[in-house]
Design a protein around this ligand. Structure first.
Ligand SMILES: C[S@@+](CC[C@H](N)C(=O)[O-])C[C@H]1O[C@@H](n2cnc3c(N)ncnc32)[C@H](O)[C@@H]1O
Length: 437
């Protein structure tokens, strides 16, 4: 079937319409392509197809600097120009606010601001994760494919921090050498690198039990000169592994990044924004939207290790920060100590159950992809706050929650700024400014 790709989905695929007007998700299609496609799934409301032949390549199509684009899971939009990626992300936010948020075209025009982005579209990721490969009795490491069951053999990744072009090869080489002389039981390996602090950490995720600590730290230390090597021990059911502890095998036992003039120290299991330069845009937008004042109280929900907590604490009288993940709570306490900030109440627990009872003037919420629980919206509405900054990594749950805020009636969104935190992917971060009606 001949198809023209007219949009990008919130996923790797292009979107086209068949002659009857039914939506077709086209794997391998880039906006503007004319393709010959084979339908692989014909559903009642939409179909799925794969590109068989590129009849007229889109002007937005380009040669990506990595042969694994399309196969590897890291760069699903890598064959599309940056301009086209940015435009598609802005359009995705608009269409989600329309479909799920039920905002009118005029409201969307008023809300959505031009997408913001940092300079680097490659070499921006401060973190990559490697998965084990056991093949023909040999051990190695690779990256998850577009099909997450598949692990692709790579020795470099153009998304990873450009100041460390040889880190992947070094880690894979050293651990393959060790893993072929004895079973290290590696479940995954995380590498974090900072061009600002020069910190390089290798985190080996393994089950609890015996582990050749000295040998691993010697081989990784000799080949990569990392600032830290840690072992993250996990236990429990395969689908719900829990961190049982982190042991430092070499160096600092944590990784340091510098962001918006703050030093952040992170333990390997803690969340940190993977694109430091673009995360600084999030901080700038949140502070510009909220304009925190020195006599004000701020609440930071889903605060992680403190990306927004520290800048809020510099500007406000007092901050209450809530985070449910133990390692991140400990990181935040340490980051506040390093920053000599003593005006923050760090609350470990669920954002709804532990909702701070302070009279908040401002709130920052940065939930995971699932977005906010309906109770969280009611709790936020029950505060006397004058404004909320909602940082979202999922346009669909964001649109749902903005509709709930509007229906609840206390806060109304006044701007939604997409930020390109994840170039080469369809993912998009958004900062929404809500004010009291
Ligand atoms: C998207 S991250 C944002 C972290 C932080 N604001 C930052 O930018 O670095 C979401 C955070 O929410 C935490 N989290 C997840 N569910 C939570 C809950 N129910 N209550 C409180 N925190 C939660 C996660 O552990 C994670 O640190």
């Amino acid at each position: 079937m001949q198809l023209t790709i007219t949009a990008m989905t919130y996923g790797p695929d292009g979107l086209a319409r068949d002659p009857q007007g039914k939506a077709v998700f086209v794997s391998g299609g880039v906006i503007g392509d004319v393709v010959e496609a084979r339908v692989v799934e014909d559903g009642a409301s939409f179909s799925r197809a794969v590109v068989e032949e590129l009849l007229e390549p889109s002007p937005s199509r380009r040669q990506a600097p990595c042969p694994f684009v399309g196969v590897c899971g890291g760069c699903p939009w890598g064959s599309m120009s940056r301009e086209a990626q940015l435009a598609a992300k802005e359009e995705n936010l608009r269409s989600t606010l329309d479909r799920i948020g039920r905002f009118t075209p005029e409201e969307i025009d008023n809300l959505v601001k031009p997408i913001r982005f940092a300079k680097d579209e490659w070499g921006y990721r401060n973190k990559v994760e490697l998965a084990p490969i056991h093949q023909n009795g040999k051990f190695s490491l690779g990256m998850h494919g577009r099909d997450p069951q598949q692990v692709i053999r790579v020795d470099k990744c153009p998304l990873f921090e450009k100041k460390y072009p040889k880190a992947l090869k070094g880690v894979i080489g050293a651990l393959s050498y060790l893993g072929n002389s004895r079973d290290l039981e590696i479940e995954r390996v995380g590498i974090r690198a900072s061009r600002r602090t020069r910190a390089l950490e290798i985190a080996l995720w393994t089950p609890t039990g015996a582990f050749p600590r000295a040998q691993v730290s010697r081989v990784l230390g000799d080949s990569l000169k990392p600032s830290s090597v840690v072992r993250v021990m996990s236990k429990g059911d395969r689908r719900a592994r829990k961190v049982a502890g982190v042991e430092a095998l070499l160096g600092e036992g944590s990784w340091t990044e510098s962001i918006a003039q703050e030093q952040m120290r992170l333990s390997a299991p803690s969340f940190f924004q993977v694109n430091t330069a673009a995360a600084e845009i999030l901080i700038e937008l949140v502070m510009d939207d909220l304009q925190p004042q020195e006599d004000e109280v701020a609440v930071d929900l889903y605060c992680g290790a403190g990306t927004f907590t520290l800048p809020l604490a510099r500007r406000c009288e007092y901050v209450a920060a809530v985070e449910s993940y133990g390692p991140a709570v400990r990181d935040l306490r340490r980051n506040l100590e390093i920053a000599r900030l003593d005006n923050v109440d760090v609350i470990g627990g669920d954002a709804v159950r532990e909702f701070p009872d302070e009279e908040a003037d401002l709130l920052v919420v940065d939930p995971p992809r699932a977005g906010l629980a309906p109770e969280a919206i009611d709790l936020i509405a029950s505060t006397p706050a004058r404004a909320v900054a909602y940082v979202s990594c999922d346009p669909a749950t964001l649109a749902r929650d903005l509709r709930r805020f509007c229906d609840q009636g206390t806060f109304t969104p006044v701007s939604a700024t997409p930020v390109d935190l994840f170039p080469q992917t369809f993912h998009c971060e958004t900062v929404v400014h809500l004010v009291r009606r």
